[in-house]
Design a binder for this molecule. Structure first.
Ligand SMILES: [Zn+2]
Length: 87
C-alpha cells in the first residue's frame, strides 16, 4: 500500500532523507509514549511503520517478507514460541 501511495515521491527523497523522516517519527512516538493520549499514540505508531515501509520500498526490500522470513512464529535466536531467551 505504501508503495502504491508514495514510492515515486519517496524515491525522489532518497534513502538518507527517508531514513531521517523515520528517525523523526520514532522520536515523535517516544514523546507520545510519555503522555496518555491513546489515539495520538496509535497515529504515531502508524507513522513509524509507514516511514519504515517507505524506506524498505525505495531500497527494494519487501518489508512483509523480510519480517516473516526472520520472525516466522519463532524467535530467530532461540527458535521458540514464545521466546525463551534469557536477557
Ligand atoms: Zn528467543
Amino acid at each position: 500500500m505504501m508503495k502504491q501511495l508514495y514510492l515515486k515521491r519517496d524515491s525522489k527523497r532518497g534513502v538518507e532523507g527517508t531514513f531521517n523522516w523515520l528517525v523523526d517519527e520514532v522520536a515523535e512516538l517516544g514523546e507520545e509514549l510519555k503522555g496518555c493520549n491513546r489515539e495520538a499514540t496509535e497515529k504515531e505508531f502508524a507513522d513509524v511503520i509507514a516511514w519504515l515501509a517507505s524506506l524498505a520500498n525505495i531500497m527494494g526490500i519487501d518489508l512483509e517478507k523480510a519480517t516473516a522470513d526472520k520472525y516466522s512464529y519463532k524467535c530467530p535466536k532461540c527458535q521458540s514460541l514464545p521466546c525463551s531467551c534469557t536477557f
